[in-house]
Design a protein around this ligand. Sequence first.
Ligand SMILES: C[S@@+](CC[C@H](N)C(=O)[O-])C[C@H]1O[C@@H](n2cnc3c(N)ncnc32)[C@H](O)[C@@H]1O
Length: 321
Amino acid sequence: MKKPKNYVTDVKAEHHAEIFANRLKNRYRHLARRFKRSHIDVFRLYDRDIPEVRAVVDWYQGHLVIGEYIRLQTGPKWLPFMAQAAGEALNIPRDKIFLKQRQTQSKTGTRYKPTKSKGKRFAVSERDLKFWVNLTASLDTGLFSDHRDTRVLVGKMAKGQDFLNLYAYTGAFSCAAARGGAKSIVTVDRSSVYIDWAKDNFKLNKIKNPAYTFARCDTEKYIDFLNKKKRRFTLAFVDPPSFSQRMGKSSFDINRHHVGLLEKVFTVMEEGSTVIFSVNHQRFDPKLNRLKTKRIKELTSKTVPEDYRNKQVHRCWQIDL
Ligand SMILES: C[S@@+](CC[C@H](N)C(=O)[O-])C[C@H]1O[C@@H](n2cnc3c(N)ncnc32)[C@H](O)[C@@H]1O
């Protein structure tokens, strides 16, 4: 492999790059054909499989998104060096490889901060749905593919339901509920960039229904509004960030505030309804036994897809009211 200019020769890094490249080739061979058959364009190729190469690699329809958590040990040249190895292994040109460096949990909530759309977006398939992704605009791409099987589940539950999608991001779950035949849908996110993106995803899937609406609003404020209007739902998907700033209140911390948040969501749910609750905090400490309802079942082993080696990339519960 050609070393980047000024790369400090490091025999260990070269050895790691070689085993990383071999692993990628094997995983691609193992997964690509099967996902193609199911019309799945986005999947995880590499999930920190080798302890020395603590990166994740996602396949986006012929593009690679390679991420690492910023660590002092690796230095600035490590990730480009591994990216070069990945590109050569899978024959992907450099302009189709995108590098993302994440901080470990930021308490400022900036992890999901959207940037106005710079970079080019393109559409990817996920079974019978399509979504816009943008690999350059921000740290996240517009699609959380670890939830692709959760979307199937929500789609199957949605027929005839009044569906509330909270912290909806780009509306992928709303599209799944629409495909599944939801009677009404409200897609709520406080970011106008993501609400517009969700509307674009609806258009992309030719989903048009006056009973499907969008709200650019803070979740808790929106629940107050729904209560004033006496609006009720029979199915909800609640996928809050781990941390988020709240106006006029202490910042939201999933570990401290999830019970209160869920009790608040329940105030707009009909009796006999279902709430799917999801968390991606890697040190989440669930206190769901404090909820009034005891009909709670963890779905994580069913919702994390086979290509994710981290079987708790998210955790997910079904709460029946
Ligand atoms: C974890 S992502 C949700 C992912 C989404 N459910 C999916 O699977 O595509 C968190 C989202 O919550 C939104 N958000 C953060 N704090 C919020 C708040 N207080 N009210 C409404 N939305 C919020 C962010 O803009 C972001 O889109």
